[in-house]
Ligand binder design. Structure first.
Ligand SMILES: *[C@@H]1O[C@H](CO)[C@@H](O)[C@H](O)[C@H]1NC(C)=O
Ligand SMILES: *[C@@H]1O[C@H](CO)[C@@H](O)[C@H](O)[C@H]1NC(C)=O
Ligand SMILES: *[C@@H]1O[C@H](CO)[C@@H](O)[C@H](O)[C@H]1NC(C)=O
Ligand SMILES: *[C@@H]1O[C@H](CO)[C@@H](O)[C@H](O)[C@H]1NC(C)=O
Ligand SMILES: *[C@@H]1O[C@H](CO)[C@@H](O)[C@H](O)[C@H]1NC(C)=O
Length: 948
């Protein structure tokens, strides 16, 4: 089928090839369900169920209907009443389905990743290894890594339903054995079993042999992009890209789209894939717990506060201020909806930096800050960027990071790596620079120290300014006495759901007029202006103006701290076209932000070898066309009118061509990636207000293209103590030469990589990288590896950022067993007057042992005790007691490696009003589900998708 989107694309793109899909289409296909939609639907439904269960347990109403019509916005609202940023929820979902889609680009030729070629065992092993890795990562709070792995696992799981004959055999429930290595895989069609016959012309309705379906033998289609060979009599995948389908038996069996060989089964396959994905998510939720599950989905309390603090001797005064400022911030947000759910602290010095301290406890965090003391620091510059890199790698995407320092960065060679991390995490960095220009000479200070504490030079400060600006943050130059006033900035910036309306910087300064649109979803709109003696005037839509020197004017109040002017608009902000005219002596920056759940996310896409659009997470190629996948958050539907790339250092723009792909998701085709840094801006109409409500948003993060591309073939496992190798390809569309390669991890793991690679004009070259994780690295830890390539003239660079899971081999495949041994239920008609009880024995056989036991369904109380059975095994005895009004219970036992065993019991007999519990053991039924996980230590895979 030629979908509408593809029609649109053909109109705009001329000779765009038809998509030769070989799995559910990764991201877009009108009329058929894509991996994106299947994954998102399963996540939304499961997340809504989790939120419903939490609400029910807390005795609260939950009215959202859980079906395939759920939207991101509706689930977010039902899950949290506060003004949480929707960006992180959408971002988490996006992270999962983009890693799902990336499988089609990275593992294009791997049969097991797509359950092609009857690779059922290998596919199952990928799934179960991956699920175990997800659980380990969640245990360590490594949600980003967990999402990447989960996306990949979902791809293989979902492909099973499209590529096998499970649906054709008449099955109406997911194939549970595929996610459980403890169950057999019976009835696989053997290597010599013929499974298909020729299609009749284009009609593949009955090409699977009747006896295969009758005997319920499992098979899947063979696939190859290059060769037509396949074992005799085997089914093919089908479609124009599959060479095997031209050989007898001709035709295929895939259900990827409604136009596929078995397209008439497409919706049934997709529906089963959604349900199978939900079952997988349920297993993860039970192993990790509801809170961790919501964390995985970016729905836990979302704000994180990260401080990177200089502890060298020259900071001795400032460090006290930094401490005071941090305490103020922490205290002012305690008990409010903005209370951070996590804190990160990274001290840095010279030559030392780190370690990264991460905690959810306010008290521990304050204690850690209190114990910082300023000392040593051999010379003037310090390891500021190394400290910042740790924070960027450790914090979730879209975090706010504050750096306190008074000295230039000694490790300025990390600038490229830092920019790469900022682009890929979209975190915002704000520098608090104390007295950057004035002499810090103090009375009574030794002569030698006086020399050490000179002021920073312009270029040294500019590095901080540039990095801040690339990230959408600011470099605020303050004196010791005004550092504490700068707190307001930190407080503003770290409230959740802050959307950027406009951000520009001019260095050198140039008198200019900037206009921007404020919409009705925005509140607490604030402008930040930094610069040297900036002169500015703000104009409202009705022409009311206020100059920068009016601290309390008709439009808002203005506060000044060092080089920062903060303009807080009055609360009854007028919607419509605003403008600001500005000039300054050397440079200025303007930033307009406001609280709103309406925001947007985007990713660059590239065309995979299979012809689909798949994600890429590094710099697109300068001068070439590109496509953005863009999602608007906070609304159920929205109209986009403009999307464009705006050059940072000028006023040139590249306009995109917008195609809606359902919900609030869009594809934006861009003719050409500009030379210099750019931001993405969008304009549109909010649809939920009566009058047209124009809005605009801008990416706070700056991006840039590159003339060099890095692609990594990452397919391995980081096992503690063992070398881990990966190969990468460097390619350029420019003159070539000797490219400098740098690779480093946030954990200072030993990495060896060629220092440079030489490319011919328009050519490419291969390199190999080896990394070793210390043998005592804990399973589930992740490591962020950044590889950067810099061109011979040091004017251009590109990068790849990989998040790898470190894991030691796991051999426990045994799931806990839950056995109900006794139920006492004597429940009268009026249920509230009595209670019932249950005893269950929980064991883990030869496994790693039961790590936790809890109630997932039911609101009674549970207690456990340990006993030794006659044959010497450990038994956990669970005693459950509940009101007769709560007639159901699900007991869950999780072992040390995340294998889950559950038992469900109900004393409910369906009756007319459904509230009466009848006491008789005959009505009691009990079933146990187990999920077991086999596992190897595992690559958590990459966060990144590759160029080229
Ligand atoms: C995009 O660029 C590629 C590579 O240069 C080219 O083959 C393709 O035709 C371009 N697409 C459009 C629509 O111009
Ligand atoms: C799945 O596992 C069950 C055991 O729980 C087994 O009876 C069944 O044959 C298996 N199905 C297939 C298709 O292998
Ligand atoms: C998927 O699950 C939903 C809800 O649990 C159910 O209504 C539907 O029938 C299931 N579909 C399939 C194909 O199993
Ligand atoms: C605006 O910010 C203030 C604190 O600065 C906060 O108390 C208030 O709730 C915010 N208003 C809205 C609508 O969020
Ligand atoms: C803007 O400021 C610069 C530097 O002070 C000055 O040279 C220039 O004339 C100013 N431009 C306008 C239009 O005022």
């Amino acid at each position: 089928m030629v979908s509408l989107i593809i029609v649109g694309v053909i109109l705009f793109w001329g000779a765009f090839p038809l998509p030769w899909t070989t799995a559910f289409t990764p991201l877009s296909s009108t009329g058929s369900l894509t991996h994106r939609e299947i994954t998102q639907m399963a996540i939304l439904r499961k997340t809504a169920e989790v939120c419903r269960d939490i609400a029910t347990a807390e005795g609260q109403q939950f009215t959202l209907v859980i079906d395939n019509r759920l939207t991101v916005s509706a689930v977010r609202k039902a899950c949290s009443s506060s003004v949480l940023s929707e960006l992180r929820f959408y971002g988490a979902i996006l992270g999962i389905y983009l890693s799902n889609a990336a499988i089609d680009a990275v593992f294009v030729l791997s049969a097991k990743h797509h359950v092609d070629n009857e690779a059922f065992r290998e596919g199952r092993s990928l799934i179960t290894q991956g699920v175990a890795s997800v659980k380990f990562s969640m245990q360590q709070g490594s949600y980003i890594c967990a999402r990447v792995t989960l996306g990949g696992v979902c791809h293989t799981l979902q492909d099973f339903y499209s590529h096998s004959n499970w649906v054709e055999m008449g099955n109406t429930v997911p194939f549970r054995n595929l996610t459980r290595p403890d169950l057999p895989l019976n009835n696989l069609a053997g290597p010599d079993t013929q499974t298909c016959r020729n299609c009749i012309g284009q009609n593949c309705g009955e090409n699977i042999l009747p006896e295969i379906l009758l005997q319920k033998k499992l098979t899947s289609g063979y696939f190859s992009l290059f060769f037509s060979t396949k074992p005799a009599g085997k089914c093919s995948h089908g479609g124009s890209s599959d060479r095997t389908s031209t050989r007898e038996p001709v035709g295929g069996i895939n259900k990827d789209e409604i136009s596929s060989s078995h397209g008439s089964y497409h919706y049934r396959a997709a529906d089963l894939a959604i349900n199978a994905t939900m079952e997988l998510l349920e297993d993860i939720r039970l192993a990790a717990g509801n809170l961790a599950f919501l964390g995985l989905m970016g729905l836990s309390r979302t704000s994180l506060l990260a401080f990177v603090i200089d502890t060298t001797g020259s900071m001795s005064n400032d460090i006290e201020v930094a401490k005071r400022v941090s305490f103020n911030i922490i205290d002012s947000r305690r008990g409010t909806p903005n209370e951070p759910s996590e804190y990160i602290l990274v001290p840095f010095n010279d030559p030392g930096f780190g370690p990264l301290i991460r905690t959810e406890s306010t008290d521990i965090f304050k204690e850690r800050i209190r114990s910082l003391s300023a000392s040593s620091g051999g010379d003037f510059s310090e390891m500021c960027l190394s400290g910042l890199l740790l924070a960027l790698a450790g914090a979730p995407p879209f975090s706010d990071i504050f750096v306190f320092t008074d000295a230039p960065a000694k490790d300025s060679e990390l600038q490229n790596t830092i920019e790469a991390m900022i682009e890929s995490t979209r975190s915002r960095v704000t520098f608090m620079l104390t007295k950057p220009f004035s002499s810090r000479r103090k009375r009574g200070v030794l002569e030698s120290q006086r020399i050490l504490s000179r002021a920073m030079s312009q270029p040294e400060v500019q590095l901080y300014r540039d990095l801040a600006h690339v990230s959408g943050g600011q470099a605020i130059e303050v004196t010791k006495s005004t550092l504490s006033q700068a707190t307001t900035v930190i407080t503003d910036g770290s409230t959740s759901a802050m959307a950027t309306v406009l951000q520009v910087m001019r260095s050198p300064a140039k008198a200019e007029n900037f206009s921007f649109v404020l919409d009705s979803s925005l509140s607490n709109v604030t402008l930040y202006i930094t610069g040297v003696s900036p002169i500015f005037t703000l104009y409202s839509p009705t022409g009311v103006s206020q100059s920068g020197s009016e601290t309390d004017g008709p439009l808002g109040s203005i506060q000044t701290v060092g080089n920062l002017w903060r303009v807080k608009l009055n609360s009854d902000v007028q919607t419509g076209d605003w403008s600001i005219s500005i000039n300054a002596t050397s440079y200025y920056s303007i930033k307009v932000i406001g609280q709103s759940s309406v925001d947007f996310l985007f990713h660059f896409l590239e065309q995979s070898e299979r012809g689909d659009l798949t994600p890429k997470d590094n710099r697109p190629l300068i001068g070439e066309n590109s496509t953005l996948f863009l999602s608007v958050t906070g609304e159920d539907s929205v109209t986009l009118t403009d999307v464009f790339l705006a050059e940072v250092s000028g006023s040139d723009t590249v306009n995109g061509t917008i195609t809606a792909v359902g919900g609030t998701d869009f594809l934006v085709y861009l003719q050409k990636i500009p030379e210099g840094a750019f931001v993405v801006q969008m304009k549109g109409l909010l649809s939920n207000s009566s009058s047209p409500d124009r809005f605009q948003r801008q990416s706070p993060t700056q991006f840039r293209g590159s003339r060099v591309a890095i692609k990594v073939q990452s397919n391995g496992i980081v096992e503690p103590g063992n070398p881990f190798s990966l190969s990468f390809t460097l390619a350029t569309n420019a003159a070539g030469g000797n490219y400098t390669i740098q690779a480093r991890t946030d954990r200072n793991f030993n990495v060896s990589v060629p220092g440079s690679l030489t490319l011919d004009e328009g050519g490419s070259a291969q390199g190999t990288l080896t990394l070793i994780a210390p043998s005592d690295t804990e399973s589930g830890s992740d490591v962020t590896l950044t590889i950067t390539a810099v061109d011979p003239g040091s004017t251009d660079s590109n990068y790849v950022t990989l998040r790898l899971a470190v894991m030691a081999e796991v051999t426990d495949f045994t799931r806990p067993v839950c056995q109900v041994v006794k139920i006492k239920a004597d429940c009268p008609v009026v249920c509230s007057s009595a209670s019932w009880e249950l005893y269950a024995n929980l064991t883990d056989g030869n496994g790693t042992g039961i790590a936790k036991v809890f109630i997932n369904i039911g609101n009674g109380s549970l207690s456990t005790s340990q006993v030794m059975s006659e044959n010497g095994t450990n038994v956990t005895v669970a005693f459950y007691n509940a009101s007769c009004c709560s007639p159901e219970v699900q007991v869950v036992a999780v072992d040390e490696v995340g294998n889950v065993g559950t038992c469900f019991t109900s004393i409910k007999r369906i009756s007319d009003n459904n509230t009466i519990a009848i006491p008789t053991t005959n009505t009691i039924f009990s079933r146990c589900y187990f999920v077991s996980v086999s596992m190897y230590l595992l690559l958590c895979n990459l966060i990144v998708f590759f160029v080229w």
